[in-house]
Structures are given as structure tokens and as C-alpha cells.
Design a protein around this ligand. Sequence first.
Ligand code: FAD
Length: 457
Amino acid sequence: MTELFTPTVSASLDLTELRRAVTGPVWDPGDVAVVAELAGFNLAPVHEPVGVVGATDAHDVAAAVRWARARDLGVAVVATGHADFSHRGTLIVSTRRLDRCDVDPAARTAVVGAGVKWARVIEAAAPHGLTGVSGSTTDVGVVGFCTGGGVGPMIRRFGLGSDRVRAITVVTGEGAIREVGPGDELFDAMLGGKDAAGIVVEMTVELVEVSRFYGGAIFYDAADAPAVLHAWREWQAGLGENTTTSIAILRMPDLEAAPPPLRGRTVVHLRVWHLGPEIEGLEVLSPMRRVATPIVDMVDELPSAAIDAVHCDPTDPMPSWITGGHLREITAETIDTVLEIAGPQRELPVIIVELRQTGGRGVRGTQGVAARAPYTVGVVAPMVPALAEVVPAVGLGLVDALAAWSTGTVPANYASPETIAARPGACWDDDGRARLAAVVARTDPDGVLGGRRLGLR
Ligand SMILES: Cc1cc2nc3c(=O)[nH]c(=O)nc-3n(C[C@H](O)[C@H](O)[C@H](O)COP(=O)(O)OP(=O)(O)OC[C@H]3O[C@@H](n4cnc5c(N)ncnc54)[C@H](O)[C@@H]3O)c2cc1C
């Protein structure tokens, strides 16, 4: 894999002062506890930090940043570990102890610590008829998702995850603790800037009133891919904002975790979320039920907490790699190209090639481009050592093949290290990048945080 960070220090720094400065645990890099502390969904990253801090509050995060800054070191954050970044030669702040999750039904908000996954918020909100604007899986952390914009299955109705953030407690690259909200430039920078401008300690997110939806997944046979993909393109163009849909060509691994009818097969996966009664949802979806006979049809009226049924993402840890881009439009030629480069006839080391509707509404933060571009393309692949060179080349090539329809930008949450190396600065449009860079220059003048890793500097 491409290494964006060259370790600049030996792995045997004296951490005594750091231990004095923080309340939470501090580990030397070789400590066996580090493996469990940094274990998350993605098994691909190989971290080689100079030390690891298990932050318990904002003061711990601030002290860790100040300690690293004084030693000319970088600081990286590991939360619920879905990203494929390997952090080397930096101090890692682990946020798993920042586990506050307070739902306020009257205010329709949740205050969440930086270590909290969407699943907890959604479970706590559901009894009040509320839910959170999560991504394809509630196994992802709220903060990791929203700091990258956050493209989810309800996006056409409720916007990006970042559009629903109301307040953030954040530690800057100078080690200052700031409370920021709408109108504050640091707030804007955090929503789409990942950890370039600060490390989030807590976030207040707005919840939305959804108790049930009509949706889920339909799987079609590989032979129906051309008919289904072309029909999807025409169908989705006429949908209202109460419906969000995406379509994927899935190469299901031959593993026990895969459901028997799909195991080891290439299939087409239609994802549907519709806000409305079942009778309405049935009508909305009927053209896609007629286009081919599904292998499995799991679309139904479901409680809001069952949102994972739309994308059916895996939750068991695995080595995973991602890339993608924003698309301006999807024409019949776009679909033909997808079928040509990623259709079932191809032998490819990827699991998912997907097209998602993203056309959102109100936009906050520096990922604004995601809401203006009506679609994304995403590629997810298994990042095992034997495929370490092949996967990025194939994945980036698949996205490049759609360049004629691309905006040239990449959702920040889809930006693997190789994506950033190939397209530096592409996580933002020109305006978003300029705004973010200006804030980062003020809040992280020494480049302690993630700006360089994210291709901003
Ligand atoms: C199975 C799967 C499904 C996914 N589905 C979607 C989806 O539908 N939509 C979408 O938009 N993305 C999706 N993603 C991408 C995901 O949103 C990003 O990888 C996100 O960064 C994961 O957050 P994390 O806390 O799990 O990751 P980690 O690996 O712990 O952190 C990743 C990065 O998030 C940032 N970050 C985390 N915590 C903080 C913090 N406290 N302060 C500042 N920055 C922080 C940092 O840049 C950090 O390097 C998916 C990923 C996977 C593996």
C-alpha cells in the first residue's frame, strides 16, 4: 500500500509526561493492549504509532495534542476503525472511551461522544419515534461519518449526516478546546474536513421523525444485470425526495457469513428506502419488481431501527478498501460503461461496485459538493496482503472509467490513502477546500492533525 507518512521518530519515546498529563490510559507502541484498543471493523490498517492514548474527555485529547505538538509529532484518531489508514510515527488518540449517548426527545437531538456508533443512537432514539441520519451501516461511528459528510440511505429526504450536526466540542491542532456551532468557521471545517482542523470530542446531532419506512434489499441474478441497471436508471430519475435508492453489483464471497442463496455468486443488489406507508411503497417499487424475477426480495415495511436492512453491509471485521467519486449524471452510456468494466462477466477483486443517489437538500460544511452532485460511485474491495497492489489499481481504474460523468471530487468518507495519493485535495470542491485550508492554517499551524494525510497540505 502507498505510505503517506514516513516514520520520523523511533518507536521508543518516553511517554512519562504524557501519562502525567492525561487521565486515561497511555500505552507504549509494543504493549499487547494496543492491538485490542485499536481493533475496529477494518482489519487492513497496520498501525505503528509512537504511543496510544485512551482519551476519557476533552482535556485528555487536548493534552495529547499539546504533548505531540511540543515534540513535532503528528496525532491521528482511531474511533470505530472503518477507515483503511495505517497510522505510522504518530501519536494515536483512541476515542472508544468517549461513549456518551444522550437522546433528548423533546429537543430531538442526541449528544454523542466521539466513540459512539450510530447503532446506539438509533436504538435509543427509536422509542421516541425518532432516528439518526446514518450511513449504510449503523456499525460506523457517528463522528467519523459526519466529519466526512456522510452519505446515507435517507439522503434525499434528510441530507448528509453533516447537515444534521448542531454543535461540536473539538480540540484544535494547538490543543485548545472549542465549542462550535453553525456560523463558526471551525464548525464548517469539521463537517467534511475529517480530522484536518480538529479532533471531535462530542457532537450534538439532530434526530429526524421516522418510526417506520418501506424498504430493504432486492437481489437479482447476474444474468439480469443489464436489464436491472438500465431500468434502475430510468426509475430512479422519477422518484420523489421521500425515496432514496442505490444499486450495486455484488460479488458475494464464498463464506458462511453470506446468506445461502447469494453465497459465492455475483448478484445485483437494489437498495430502497421509502418514507411512506406500505401501500405507497409497493407502488413506487413495482416497476423494479417487474423488470426481472428477484432471487431474494427483502423489501418490507420496517421499523426505523432496521435501516441496516437496506444495504446489508457486513459487520464482522474484515480487511476492506474503498474508493469512489461524485457523479454529475447517470446516462444510459454510464450504465453501459459500468456493465462493461464491472459487469458479472468480469473477474474482479472487488466486492461492491455501486451507484447511489445522493441529491440532498440543505448543506452544511465543506462536503457541500456531495449534496450538489446527485450521485456517487463507490467501490469496496477486500484488502488482503496478496491484493495490496492490485486492489487500488483496479478500484481507481473503475472510477476513472466513469470520468466523463464525474465532478472530479471524492466523498471524504470514500477516500482511501491510495485515492488521496492519486487525487490530492479531491475530497472537496475548490470552495470547500479553500475554506477548510484557511481554517486549518489557523487552528493547526504546525500540521499536527490530519490535513497532510487527507491531501489538504
Ligand atoms: C462497511 C462500511 C460501510 C460504510 N458506509 C458508508 C456510508 O454509507 N456512507 C459514508 O459516508 N461512509 C461510509 N463508510 C465510510 C465511513 O463513514 C468512514 O470510513 C468513517 O471515517 C468511519 O468512521 P470510524 O469512526 O469507523 O473510522 P475510524 O477508522 O476510526 O476513523 C476514520 C477517520 O475518521 C475521522 N475521525 C474519526 N473520529 C474522529 C474524531 N473524533 N475527530 C475528527 N475526525 C475523526 C478521522 O479522519 C479518522 O482517520 C463505510 C465504511 C465501511 C467500512
